[in-house]
Design a protein around this ligand. Structure first.
Ligand code: ADP
Ligand code: MG
Length: 232
């Protein structure tokens, strides 16, 4: 199995963090949709990739040493032309090494921009006593501000996954307030269940999160935009 081999190779090399592209491969193996894209090491290359993907695109700094990319100006969304892509590339490559001089920068990820939706976080932390604790909450920075998260031990049944959602205030927002259209709640519960299956089948995964998991209207496919997986 592919997931097995990615995890085993990291463990052999004593690498705890699985990088973004292999994290995505793992998620795709479990039925998650992820944005397509590839790595550029020059501004021209970035523009070429963008032309292939079609506009708008997103640029993200690519470094094993930078975990929170937007904190260092390493995420630029909504780029609409080759020129915008090249300028954003040059700016990142100029500014980020000044902000984080010790970071080893491998390039910039050029990624397709996904349709807007609500951002939630799906996560797991393996507790030494209780086991794989699944987490759900509002994504992005909101998770730290609102502290509105739900936890539940994996493996999750469909009902348990739904119950996790219902237990948060975020749920009210996701359902849609005051006539606003709600998002696909069932798709979030399904995502939680798939994540639960992944961490149950691979006890080597110590911690992981999908943040953001971008969810749109019912009938649309949610996208795992950013993910972190650490193994031990
Ligand atoms: P980090 O969490 O390391 O700062 P992310 O990849 O999560 O970086 O990007 C930060 C934010 O930028 C996301 O929460 C999302 O709002 C937006 N974003 C990132 N990638 C995309 C994308 N492909 N399409 C749309 N929005 C995106
Ligand atoms: Mg993120």
């Amino acid at each position: 199995r592919k997931v097995e081999s990615i995890i085993e190779r990291h463990l052999r090399h004593g690498a705890r963090e699985i990088g973004e592209s292999e994290s995505k491969e793992i998620l795709e193996a479990y039925g998650f949709a992820t944005p397509s894209g590839s790595i550029a090491t020059t501004a021209d290359q970035a523009a070429n990739i963008a032309e292939q993907l079609g506009y708008p695109v997103v640029l993200k700094i690519w470094s094993p040493d930078i975990v929170h990319k937007s904190d260092v100006g390493g995420v630029k969304i909504g780029l609409k032309s080759a020129q915008e892509v090249k300028d954003a590339f040059d700016l990142m490559m100029y500014r980020i090494p000044k902000k984080v001089p010790d970071a080893h920068i491998l390039g910039v990820l050029v990624q397709e921009m996904c349709a807007s939706g609500r951002e939630v976080i799906l996560g797991m932390h393996r507790d030494p006593h209780f086991g794989p604790l699944m987490m759900f909450g509002m994504g992005g920075v909101m998770v730290e501000v609102l502290k509105d998260v739900a936890f539940y031990l994996a493996p999750l049944t469909g009902d348990e996954a739904r119950q996790m959602l219902v237990n948060t205030k975020t749920y009210q927002l996701l359902k849609g307030v005051r006539g606003q259209e709600g998002v696909d709640i069932e798709a979030i519960a399904e995502g939680l269940q798939r994540l639960s299956q992944l961490v149950t089948e691979f006890p080597q995964i110590q911690e992981m999160d999908i943040n953001p998991y971008v969810v749109g209207l019912p009938g649309t496919t949610p996208i795992a935009v950013d993910a972190r997986i650490s193994v031990e």
